[in-house]
Design a protein around this ligand. Structure first.
Ligand code: CIR
Length: 263
């Protein structure tokens, strides 16, 4: 498991949860997240990123955008380029514009998704050679086409996936473990989209653990998935468990709360 551009990063950008997170979008209402507890969890998340040696910038909360803590959906950072995306939910349209000046501070090259259509960063999984782009309720065909030409120019192969309809974002159900290995829910793995990779499937009852992140030498997973932890440790990964109950109430996982990059 050597070092790789797809999981080795010097920097991350995060955004503080807004008080308005209580109005965050969700598929099923299991109660509002508690802002203060969310902020505590977020602090632990930032500390876990920093503990790997990365420089983490935490941006101020944006009260006008309840879901803006899920910063990954507004941009894609790839091969030293930042691409401001167009999130597909109406209440999130403005998040990319708000992020633009910050991207310009951190990247020499910043572009906006051209043309029309929508792409949420949560629908994009980057490996060493491929950029998987999942069509979903948030990412459409036009968005896919416009993004795929950018990623091809950056030397990656764009792969279009039809995300199963019961999954919010493609990456809700998968995460990169290393150059060759992807952790995935059974539902997503069963589509065959990862046929060229080694897949470790989320164990029964723990499909929500699939929104994990490999960040430098650690794999971060949400608390409460003991079987997943055991499987990953047995496979040789250094696992860090993080509390995520409040983000989960608004369909947020660990990958959504950072943009990870090397400028
Ligand atoms: C939303 O529905 O947009 C937010 N409540 C959750 C976004 C989670 N982001 C992600 O999975 N990339």
């Amino acid at each position: 498991m050597g070092s790789s551009n797809s999981y080795t990063f010097t920097h991350a950008l995060c955004r503080q949860p807004a008080l308005s997170i209580t109005k965050g979008l969700r598929a099923v209402n299991n109660g509002d997240p508690d802002h203060d507890l969310f902020a505590k969890h977020h602090q632990k998340y930032v500390q876990a990123l920093e503990a790997t040696g990365a420089q983490v910038t935490v941006l101020d909360a944006l009260e006008d955008y309840p879901d803006s803590v899920f910063i990954e959906d507004a941009a894609l950072c790839l091969a030293g380029t930042a691409i401001a995306l167009r999130p597909g939910a109406k209440s999130r349209f403005g998040e990319s514009a708000a992020l633009m000046p910050v991207l310009q501070q951190h990247f020499k090259k910043v572009i906006s998704l051209p043309g029309t259509g929508y792409v949420d960063g949560g629908d994009i999984l980057v490996t060493e050679r491929d950029v998987f782009i999942g069509l979903s309720a948030r990412t459409d065909q036009q968005g896919y086409e416009n993004l795929s030409s950018i990623v091809s120019n950056l030397g990656y192969t764009a792969r279009k996936i039809n995300t199963p309809t019961d999954i919010l974002h493609f990456k809700t159900d998968c995460g990169l473990l290393d150059d060759q290995t992807i952790f995935s829910s059974k539902t997503l793995a069963d589509t065959g989209c990862f046929s060229e990779y080694k897949v470790i499937e989320a164990p029964k009852g723990e499909s929500a653990a699939a929104n994990l992140i490999r960040f430098n030498d650690v794999v971060m997973i949400s608390d409460g998935y003991p079987k997943t932890k055991q499987i990953l440790e047995k496979a040789g990964y250094n696992v860090v468990c993080l509390p995520n109950s409040e983000a989960a109430k608004v369909d947020g996982g660990l990958s959504c709360m950072s943009l990870r990059f090397t400028p």
